[in-house]
Design a protein around this ligand. Structure first.
Ligand code: CTP
Length: 402
């Protein structure tokens, strides 16, 4: 469930740093990509090599160690989905509460937009000190989460509050942060995106203006909501969303083969691809000379991926798209939903002023097979993806079989 989730493990200089090595191992075993950030004092208790060996990933200890990455705190902080600090010392809490950025871990904590989870470990008096408690309150008010410390015999011989929380509790807290509890969490979602390209000869092809933006935005959003997402994408010039398995295809036949192979293992399909309905009947592997070119191009139909899924579906939820120039968008979309045996359909305009194709923004109408209807105003495709998936989640909650 945590496969591929990008976690920064911040390790501070306390004796419990040795336990952080086991935490790194457990998180890695659960599938997390753990990047360890160690303070200078942490390196005196455990070596960076220990963490590098256990996580199989880089360990960062200094600001300027890597000439290729002169501002590692920025790239680290931006890529993280969660920052866990274990063990967190009183000093680290104090510096974070003050907004200091004088070591790499402090800078990452200040720079990240990811949730932050603290697992403190320190002497009881230091933990109970009003200054430390004030810092904890300040950080809690900012939305930071805490796990532990718990009571027990401490390394200094004292008994009291201050022991690092049991590793199972820290791992459980990480899971709770990374795996959203919504109805898409853990669902296997297959998304088709972009255009397909149907070869005519060695250099020419038939295609359409789809940019793939809608499908990529849906993939990123579904992933954010905890789904395991596979994106089958036609040729686009977009960066694959982080944490999404992206499979590149070119033709409708390739997209069909790839999507149908994944279909039995899929819970939800969102077909946003603009699949070419036809392909040249006899594509040439050579460039066709002008004098040999026919005035008419013979076409043969491509498989309809979504219609095939509609015929094959058992428990899968099918969400289609309807791109329509027809002024009666709604009835055309309803017809498509029925013909292809879909559960939901997103209708948007193709061409004209409201054109959704190759556009940064789009409006949409979401219809479901039970007669539900939602209109979404023109907005970015990321915004639209969030609205569509929120509605899909609401629909899943009221649909017992899904
Ligand atoms: N679709 C598909 N395979 C195809 C054609 C379409 O999977 N060969 C999917 C699209 O991804 C979309 C839905 O079917 O989710 C409707 O696509 P659209 O192009 O709007 O409609 P068509 O079925 O192609 O019908 P028409 O071109 O007549 O509007």
């Amino acid at each position: 469930m945590m496969s591929g989730r990008r976690v920064i493990l911040g390790v501070c200089g306390g004796i419990a740093a040795y336990k952080a090595a086991d935490l790194a191992r457990r998180l890695t075993q659960e599938g997390c990509e753990v990047t360890t950030v160690m303070t200078a004092n942490a390196c005196r208790f455990v070596t960076p090599l220990t963490f590098r060996t256990l996580t199989g990933r880089p360990v960062v200890t200094e600001f300027f160690a890597d000439p290729a990455s002169p501002v590692p705190h920025i790239s680290l902080a931006q890529a993280a989905e969660l920052v866990v600090v274990a063990p967190a010392t009183a000093d680290c809490l104090a510096r974070a509460a003050q907004g200091r950025a004088d070591d790499l871990l402090a800078a990452v904590l200040l720079d990240t937009v990811a949730p932050i989870l603290w697992a403190p470990a320190m002497n009881t008096r230091m933990w109970e000190h009003p200054l430390t408690q004030g810092n904890v309150k300040k950080l809690t008010d900012l939305g930071h989460a805490f796990v532990g410390p718990c009571a027990g015999v401490l390394a200094c011989g004292d008994t009291g509050q201050g022991k690092l929380a049991p590793l199972e509790e820290i791992v459980a807290a990480v899971r709770a942060k990374l795996i959203p509890a919504g109805p898409l969490a853990g669902k296997r979602v297959l998304i088709t995106a972009g255009p397909t390209r149907e070869p005519w000869d060695a250099i020419r092809y038939l295609s359409n203006r789809s940019s793939g933006r809608m499908g990529y935005a849906l993939a990123a959003e579904a992933r954010r909501r905890g789904a395991e997402v596979t994106l089958v994408s036609g040729p686009v010039s977009l960066t694959p969303p982080l944490g999404v398995r992206t499979l590149a295809v070119t033709t409708a036949q390739e997209m069909h083969a790839q999507a149908m192979a994944l279909f039995p293992e899929t819970d939800i399909v969102i077909a946003s691809a603009a699949v070419a309905d036809f392909r040249p009947a006899a594509p040439s592997s050579q460039k066709i000379k002008k004098q040999d070119m026919q005035a008419h191009l013979e076409l043969v139909p491509n498989p309809d991926i979504l219609a095939d899924m509609g015929r094959a579906k058992s428990r899968q939820v099918l969400v289609g798209f309807a791109a329509e120039s027809d002024p009666n968008l709604e009835s055309a979309a309803l017809k498509k939903m029925k013909n292809k045996n879909l559960d939901l359909i997103v209708a948007n305009a193709a061409g004209g002023e409201q054109d959704a194709f190759d556009a940064e923004q789009s409006a949409a109408l979401l219809l479901d097979a039970r007669g539900g209807r939602r209109e979404f105003a023109r907005q970015t495709k990321a915004g639209l993806a969030a609205e569509i998936l929120q509605s899909l989640e609401a629909w899943l909650l009221t649909t017992p079989h899904a």
